[in-house]
Design a binder for this molecule. Structure first.
Ligand SMILES: NC(=O)c1ccc[n+]([C@@H]2O[C@H](COP(=O)([O-])OP(=O)(O)OC[C@H]3O[C@@H](n4cnc5c(N)ncnc54)[C@H](OP(=O)(O)O)[C@@H]3O)[C@@H](O)[C@H]2O)c1
Length: 233
C-alpha cells in the first residue's frame, strides 16, 4: 500500500489527536497499514484524558512528546454540544451552545496548534492538519443554519491560516492546513446524514491521507476538501 503514497512510509512519524473519533480512528488504522505502528502516536480524551479546551491538559500532553512528527492530524471536534444540535434558525442559538462550539471547534484546535507545531521538523516537510468543515466557509454558505458550528469552524479556519503564516517563518517546509473530510458516517453525523451521500470512515481516511500526502509547502495555510480542491474561505 505504501507505494501509493509519496511521503508516507515506514519511516513516517505521525501524531493523531482525537484518535478515538470516527475519522481519527480510521486514519490511525490506515496509517498503521501504510507506515506500521512504530512511528504512530495517538491521543484522545476518552483514552488519555486529553481535554483540548484546557490549556493545562494540552501542555501536559505536549510535554510527553519528543522528537518530530512528519504528520500531525487534529481530528477532534463536535457538532452537538451543550444539549444543542445544529440550529435551523438564529432564534435557536443559545449562548451556551455558541460558547461550547467555540471551545471545542476553535479554542481546542488553537491550543493544539500552539503547543504541537514545535514538533514539526525544522528542515524538512511536515504537515499539521486540522479537521474543519466545508460549512465553515463563509463564501460557500448559501443555505444558512448551523450558526454556532459554522461560526466556530470559520474561526478555526482563521486560526489555521494565521498560524500557518507564522509557522512557515521558522519552518519553511511546514504545511499547516484546514481540511474538509467530506460527509462521513461517524457518531458526529449519524443523526444528520439521512439520505445524503456519505462515506464510511476507512474511505474518508484514505481520501484525507491522499490529499495530505500530495500537499507541498506552497499549499501552506490553505483550506482543502477530501479531493484536494481548495475551498473558498
Ligand atoms: N463526520 C463528518 O461527516 C464530518 C464532516 C465535516 C467535518 N468533520 C469534522 O471532523 C472532525 C472529526 O469528526 P468525527 O466525525 O470523527 O467525529 P466523532 O466521531 O464524534 O469524534 C470526535 C472526536 O473529537 C474528540 N473530542 C471532542 N471534544 C473534545 C474535547 N473537548 N477534548 C478532547 N477531545 C475531544 C472526541 O474524543 P472522545 O470521543 O475521546 O471524547 C473524538 O475523538 C470534527 O472536527 C468534525 O467537525 C466531520
Amino acid at each position: 500500500m505504501s507505494s501509493n503514497f509519496k511521503t508516507l512510509d515506514t519511516g513516517t512519524r505521525a501524531l493523531i489527536v482525537g484518535a478515538s473519533g470516527g475519522i481519527g480512528r480510521a486514519v490511525t488504522l490506515a496509517l498503521g497499514d501504510i507506515c506500521g505502528m512504530a512511528g504512530l502516536v495517538t491521543a484522545s480524551r476518552s483514552a488519555d484524558g486529553l481535554e483540548i479546551s484546557d490549556e493545562g491538559s494540552v501542555r501536559s500532553f505536549a510535554a510527553t512528546l519528543d522528537g518530530s512528527f512528519d504528520l500531525i492530524l487534529i481530528a477532534t471536534g463536535a457538532l452537538e454540544l451543550a444539549g444543542q444540535g445544529p440550529e435551523k434558525s438564529v432564534m435557536a442559538m443559545t449562548p451556551e451552545a455558541l460558547r461550547a462550539q467555540f471551545e471545542t471547534n476553535a479554542l481546542g484546535p488553537a491550543l493544539l496548534i500552539k503547543h504541537l507545531h514545535g514538533f514539526l521538523p525544522r528542515h524538512r516537510r511536515g504537515v499539521i492538519a486540522t479537521l474543519s468543515a466545508r460549512v465553515g466557509s463563509i463564501g460557500d454558505n448559501r443555505l444558512g443554519g448551523w450558526i454556532s458550528y459554522r461560526a466556530a469552524k470559520a474561526a478555526l479556519n482563521q486560526i489555521v491560516h494565521t498560524s500557518a503564516i507564522e509557522i512557515a517563518r521558522k519552518r519553511p517546509e511546514a504545511i499547516c492546513v484546514a481540511m474538509h473530510p467530506g460527509t462521513v458516517r461517524t457518531p458526529l453525523t449519524n443523526k444528520f446524514v439521512g439520505g445524503n451521500p456519505a462515506v464510511d470512515p476507512p474511505e474518508a481516511a484514505l481520501n484525507l491521507l491522499r490529499v495530505l500526502d500530495g500537499l507541498s509547502p506552497a499549499d501552506n495555510g490553505g483550506f482543502f476538501d477530501w479531493r484536494g480542491d481548495s475551498i473558498v474561505w
